[in-house]
Design a protein around this ligand. Structure first.
Ligand SMILES: [Zn+2]
Length: 271
């Protein structure tokens, strides 16, 4: 072992931990990151589970145990709206209690090295920003569980103020400015994806020179189309995810292991 160089040593360490990552994979990831100057990072629930946040959509996840509230029900049913808020407050507390992990920090560090074009995320927990990325560097495709606003005039309303209002009146509050429906800035089931965010993500797809997918099973559309289009436009793709994905065949590199430790090791040698 004494004769091994650091990258080999860390590669072997990761293998020993039971993952499938090998020395070669870590070297390849290092090389992949080194070649890119405009990296597009696409993240899913898998990066946040490493911070202790539950994956809603996985088997055994929250949506297999409680029924998601459809957008139409939120609009039309006061009880459904109150239940939606109760869930939002519960999740917001979870997001705020969680800490950004080595994966989030590695991405923020790529931004500091001027190698990151941007992050497109399926997550709503705000952990990329808390790791140090500016809002302008993150497209939250499914919105944010930390904010709320009026569906009609977009006036923001703090979730704490909404909770206070509900405790006082037992009704979901309306917009103070226009009387419209206030909703968490999260895309609910049955709610259309925001066109602006998709357009910004697609702009990055055109500008990037490589795509790194972290912790997404790449089965939720249209989000998963982002890395696929990037590959079609010639960008090399690397995927770190615990399970195989439908896009593995298009990737230059696939690592079925934890994201934080894998990225941490690759970043170790990045200039
Ligand atoms: Zn309003």
């Amino acid at each position: 072992m004494e004769k091994e160089n650091p990258i080999c040593f860390v590669g072997l360490t990761i293998g020993w931990k039971g993952g499938k990552t090998t020395k070669v994979a870590v070297d390849d990831l290092d090389d992949f990151l080194n070649r890119s100057e405009r990296l597009l990072v696409f993240t899913g629930a898998g990066i946040s589970t490493e911070s202790g946040i539950a994956d809603f959509r996985s088997p055994g996840g929250i949506w297999s145990r409680i029924k998601p509230i459809q957008f139409q029900d939120f609009l039309n049913d006061p009880e459904a709206r109150l239940e939606d808020w109760r869930r939002r407050f519960y999740f917001k507390a979870q997001y705020e209690a969680a800490q950004p992990n080595a994966g989030h920090k590695a991405i923020a560090s790529l931004a500091k090295k001027d190698r990151l074009l941007g992050v497109v995320t399926q997550n709503i927990d705000g952990l990329h920003q808390r790791a140090g990325l500016g809002d302008e560097a993150v497209v939250e495709l499914h919105g944010s569980g930390l904010r709320a606003s009026c569906l009609s005039c977009s006036t923001p309303m703090a979730l704490n103020a909404i909770r206070d209002a509900i405790e006082e009146t037992e009704e979901a509050p309306s917009c103070a400015r226009c009387g419209g429906v206030v909703k968490a800035d999260v895309i609910s089931f049955g709610q259309p994806m925001p066109q602006q965010k998709m357009q910004r993500a697609l702009q990055w797809v055109e500008q990037c020179d490589a795509v790194l997918v972290l912790g997404s099973s790449l089965v939720v559309e249209p989000a998963a189309s982002i890395p696929r289009i990037a590959v079609q436009q010639g960008a090399p793709l690397a995927i770190i995810n615990r399970e195989p994905t439908p896009l593995d065949g298009l990737a230059k590199l696939v690592i079925n292991d934890e994201i934080g430790p894998s990225l941490d090791l690759a970043m170790f040698h990045l200039g």
